[in-house]
Design a protein around this ligand. Structure first.
Ligand code: FAD
Length: 321
């Protein structure tokens, strides 16, 4: 049955995050021939609408307000709720990002609707859509559906293939006004730590280091490999706890959950808490000098050796490609 689906397109530093396109693809499947309405929130975001049309949105609306320049729970709540109230969608899709994880449950609870979070796949089953999501730190998957009320969904980045870009799909982005008032939080500025520019949670390739890198300097060869591959650098908690790198790089149960096309684990033993954050990666390469390291049990390719020899060799080889 055709449905109307609202997709929140996420903007960071004036650019759309990839998960927005993935959310449109998920929205299309849920809509089942119905309409996918993409929503932009922020300050001067209207022009980003063109790209959302290219990736499959049927209609784009923007709530523009100075107060929405940075994410605040109550500001975005009011903006998205206003559009839900006026458009009355059957389903609402968010990225399973820091923003989506915060906002989707708030709205779902207020609207007394069900929420299925951290979705990694979806399929049609009769009139319903069945969603797959990992449980028990990725050791098992459950399938869920919501039969009544509005359907709120957050999708894990890098799991649902965006639709192919079609430049011939165009449309107008309608600016709607919503009353954003009585904010309890005002964000004046966001200062990000210096990084290589590749966002870890959306990276297609990740080079991750563990306690085996032995020092902050030990991350340098990993960064060089990452630069050649256009990859992001990540880390195990072991490396973060040892102060070799910042906690913002931590991947795992209490860190970021990532699903890149290629994950290169260097000097990481493969503790269950680390696997919880990366075991869904499409291809896993492990470099470890211990042939018994448990990371090899989930790796597609394993290299038994010293990372300080293997990683520079890989960098040299990839430079030739
Ligand atoms: P180690 O286990 O010490 O492994 C280092 C590996 O490097 C070894 O396998 C060794 O053989 C190899 N090595 C050493 N030198 C070299 C070399 N020169 N070349 C190649 N290989 C080498 N961990 C996470 O990662 N993420 C989390 O989110 C997380 N959350 C946790 C939550 C809880 C509640 C708890 C209790 C733990 C959590 N942990 C998490 C910690 C986790 O249990 C492990 O302690 C941690 O992942 C180990 O990190 P590591 O693999 O880098 O270190």
């Amino acid at each position: 049955m055709a449905k109307k689906v609202l997709v929140l397109a996420e903007v960071r530093d004036g650019e759309l995050r990839n998960v927005s396109y993935e959310a449109i693809a998920a929205g299309k499947q849920i809509a089942d021939g119905g309409e996918v309405l993409a929503l932009l929130c922020g300050k001067n975001v209207k022009d980003l609408g063109a790209s959302l049309y290219n990736y499959g949105a049927d209609r784009v609306v923007a709530v523009e307000d100075e107060k929405l320049e940075f994410y605040t729970p109550d500001g975005y709540f009011q903006a998205v709720k206003h559009v839900i109230d006026t458009e009355s969608p059957d389903g609402i899709v968010f990225g399973h990002t820091a923003l989506g994880k915060d906002l989707a449950p708030r709205l779902a609870a207020r609207l007394e609707s069900g929420l299925i979070s951290d979705v990694t796949g979806l399929e049609q089953a009769g009139d319903n859509v069945v969603f797959t999501r990992p449980i028990f730190s990725g050791k098992a998957f459950e399938k869920k559906l919501i039969q009544d009320g509005k359907l709120f969904v957050t999708i894990r980045p890098n799991n649902i293939e965006p639709l192919e870009k079609d430049d011939s799909r165009t449309g107008e982005t309608a600016v709607v006004s919503a009353e954003i008032k009585d904010l309890r939080t005002i964000v004046k500025d966001v200062v990000r730590k210096a990084s290589t520019g590749v966002d870890l949670s959306e990276a297609k390739i990740i080079v991750a280091g563990g306690r085996g890198v032995k020092s902050t300097d030990g991350f340098k060869p990993l960064q060089e490999l990452a630069d050649v591959l256009g990859a992001a650098v990540g880390a195990s908690r072991g490396a973060c706890d040892a102060d070799y790198c910042d906690y913002s790089l931590q991947i795992g149960q209490t860190g970021k959950v990532v699903t890149p096309d290629l994950y290169i684990a260097c000097g990481i033993s493969g503790a269950i808490q680390h696997l919880a954050g990366m075991s869904n990666s499409k291809v896993i390469v492990a470099i470890n000098k211990d042939p018994e390291a448990s990371i090899f049990s989930i790796a597609d390719y394993g290299i038994v050796g010293d990372l300080f020899e293997v990683v520079p060799l890989l960098t040299e080889e990839f430079k030739k490609v």
